[in-house]
Design a protein around this ligand. Structure first.
Ligand SMILES: C[S@@+](CC[C@H](N)C(=O)[O-])C[C@H]1O[C@@H](n2cnc3c(N)ncnc32)[C@H](O)[C@@H]1O
Length: 206
């Protein structure tokens, strides 16, 4: 069977309102990721969410006084249609890594997106070089990683490409991309879930 594009699969999910379950399922991890990020952001800040789905994290950030502007980017038509219906924010229907932003940001967030790419390490390099302001901060979470054995069957189950990296490989990819103060930790572990692997780092000012 041919491998399906992740964005087609997530458009189907959005049509069936499965984005709402995903939002609930990711909420605890995203909360922990934002708590990690907030002390590292300037005031005010601009933000972007890569692989934003229905835009729920953008809407969370919009409510914060210190967030001046937030942009969501996703390659799924139905997800972006939903995002545009649910709020007034700026959303772009765009395939990554090909699409580039017109402006750079103080904060880049991404939840459960990076491993759908053929080369997530190259995306991290692009984020550092082309998406972030000097002094900017990025945080990303992934649930499909080597140490989470329960996630290994997901590519076959969904018939979608996913890049499987270990904790150490994600950390090295962040360092190789040029980030400083790189951290990696698991958040929101519960029962038999080993937790979302969260990577974060800063783009130094020159
Ligand atoms: C698992 S969902 C996560 C959505 C959202 N971050 C959340 O937590 O609810 C992954 C999202 O990444 C998007 N995506 C996957 N590959 C993409 C690509 N190459 N370019 C743009 N978006 C992509 C999908 O369309 C989908 O909305």
């Amino acid at each position: 069977m041919a491998i399906r594009s992740a964005t087609d699969v997530f458009s189907e999910w959005a049509t069936k309102n499965k984005d709402e379950g995903m939002e609930r399922g990711h909420a605890a991890s995203v909360k922990a990721m934002l708590e990690l990020a907030f002390p590292n952001l300037p005031t005010p800040y601009t933000a972007v969410d890569l692989g934003c789905g229905n835009g729920w994290v953008c809407r969370l950030l919009e409510q914060r006084e210190e967030c001046r502007h937030v942009v969501g980017v996703d390659g799924s038509e139905v997800m972006i249609e939903k995002a545009q219906t649910l709020g007034q924010g700026e959303f772009h229907l765009a395939r990554l890594p090909e699409w580039r932003p017109e402006a750079t940001f103080d904060f880049l967030h991404s939840m459960e997106f990076l491993y759908y790419l053929e080369d997530p390490a190259a995306m991290l390099k692009m984020i550092h070089a082309e998406w972030l302001n000097e002094g900017g901060f990025m945080v990303a979470g992934v649930d499909h990683y080597l140490e989470n054995e329960d996630s290994h069957g997901w590519p076959e189950a969904l018939d979608v490409h996913m890049t499987l990296l270990s904790e150490a490989q994600w950390k090295q990819a962040m360092i190789d991309a040029g980030f400083s103060d790189v951290g990696i930790q698991r958040v929101a572990a519960k029962d038999d879930f080993v937790g979302t692997l969260v990577m974060f780092g800063k783009k130094d000012s020159n």
